[in-house]
Write a protein that binds this ligand. Structure first.
Ligand code: NAD
Ligand code: MG
Length: 388
């Protein structure tokens, strides 16, 4: 009998976490679950831990530890609670770890997994945006394979000449354009959270759905691409492609373009990372090009979607700018989802925070966390000024 690979899923109850579980549970002969983590959804976490006979289940909110213990009473699943326990679960290491916690909260767990070595599948783009240099260095120092799960970066990874990046003229990330692609600024001013999270092609968590509507998601992805594919910011481009079939492209010096295509289902990029360097079957419907019939492309509108330009500027400036951008965006998106600010205020708050707060480049993970905390405080102040 061949040995099963151990799998840890950080953020197991989210959209990416559940898609990962779906694939893992279809092949119990190949995978065993080391640890599953979640922030609040005890019911889903406990059910997944029981189904997969996970060794460990960790809930982020310590007040829910009792509920988790009760739900897992009589099973062999070990339990723990609190942010430090999530980091400890990641640090235990597994053959393969999925980093799918949303936002800056995923940074320390992702770094712990990277430092534990082996393979880390990275969905949590915000951690790479805020601390890209530190993460890439840690992966190199610990001999960890970092595989991008974000569909665009996964596509680029499959087309990229890893042995010689100088062969690349351009990396082109595709963007669906989100639910407001054809809306005027005036219409967007009145957009509700319900409208913003209703993505035309992908089913995702609330935060990334709002980021897709502002195009900040594509901005974060430019920064993510910069860390994963060292070709320089000026070789990174974005094109709007409403069908979400071409997941991104690599243009070579000779004019050839390689692209990866597929149905918009995150289980394909997750399966790529799970089976790497081999391939595995997925339940994703095959791409029917005749049924899709038409693929269209258009330039992004950075006037109606100022978040993209903000992210580009942060990428060009480097240092702490991406971390400030990311933190201010997280605070503003949370406020928008809580109906405290309007849709167009999200980019305005990020811009305002970047103008007011310009700290030196972070040298350590603690620096990144301090910058993140201060940028959120400044963004909150900007929102209070807006409300006054
Ligand atoms: P989600 O909101 O559906 O799930 C987030 C997960 O993180 C949940 O398991 C939740 O319990 C956990 N979590 C939330 N806050 C936490 C905290 N403070 N501490 C610890 N755990 C916490 O999000 P998602 O859509 O699955 O996205 C996860 C990550 O993957 C994000 O960084 C997102 O940008 C990225 N991503 C998602 C998709 C997608 O299709 N959903 C595609 C590309 C990239
Ligand atoms: Mg993406």
């Amino acid at each position: 009998m061949s040995e099963r690979r151990s799998i840890t899923i950080l953020g197991a109850t989210g959209s990416i976490g559940r898609s990962t579980l779906d694939l893992v549970e279809r092949a119990p002969e190949k995978f065993e679950v080391a640890a599953l983590t979640a922030q609040r959804d005890v019911g889903k976490l406990a059910a997944a831990a029981l189904r997969t006979q996970a060794k460990l289940a960790v809930i982020g909110d310590p007040a829910l530890h009792g509920t988790l213990r009760d739900a897992l009473a009589g099973s062999e699943v070990e339990t723990a609670a609190g942010p430090d326990a999530i980091v400890a679960a990641a640090a235990r290491g597994a053959d393969w770890t999925m980093a799918a916690i949303v936002g800056q909260a995923g940074l320390e767990p992702a770094m712990a997994a990277i430092s534990a070595g082996r393979t880390v599948a990275l969905a949590n783009k915000e951690s790479l945006v805020a601390a890209g240099e530190l993460m890439i260095r840690a992966a190199r120092d610990h001999g960890t394979t970092l595989l991008p799960v974000d569909s665009e970066h996964n596509a680029v990874y499959q087309c990229f000449p890893h042995e010689d990046p100088s062969r690349v003229r351009r990396i082109i990330l595709t963007a669906s354009g989100g639910p407001f692609r054809t809306w005027t600024s005036d219409e967007m001013r009145r957009a509700t959270p319900e409208q913003a999270v209703k993505h035309p092609n992908w089913s995702m968590g609330a935060k990334i759905s709002v980021d897709s509507a502002t195009l900040m998601n594509k901005g974060l992805e430019l920064i993510e691409a910069h860390h994963l594919f060292p070709v320089g910011p000026q070789r990174l481009d974005v094109i709007v492609h409403p069908q979400s079939v071409v997941h991104s492209l690599v243009e070579y010096l000779d004019g050839s373009m390689l692209a990866q295509l597929g149905t918009p289902d995150m289980r394909t990029p997750i399966a790529y990372a799970l089976a790497w360097p081999e391939r595995m079957e997925t339940p994703c419907p095959p791409l029917d090009l005749a049924a899709v019939a038409t693929l269209t492309f258009e330039a992004p509108d950075e006037v109606r979607f100022p978040a993209l330009a903000l992210a580009r500027a942060a990428l060009a400036a480097g240092g702490a700018r991406p971390a400030v951008l990311n933190a201010a965006n997280e605070a503003a998106v949370a406020a928008f989802l809580a109906r405290r600010i309007g849709f167009l205020d999200i980019a305005a708050i990020v811009s305002n925070t970047l103008e007011r707060y310009d700290p030196p480049a972070p040298a350590t993970l603690d620096d990144v966390c301090d910058i993140d905390a201060e940028a959120r405080r400044q963004a909150e102040q900007a929102m209070e000024r807006l409300a006054a």
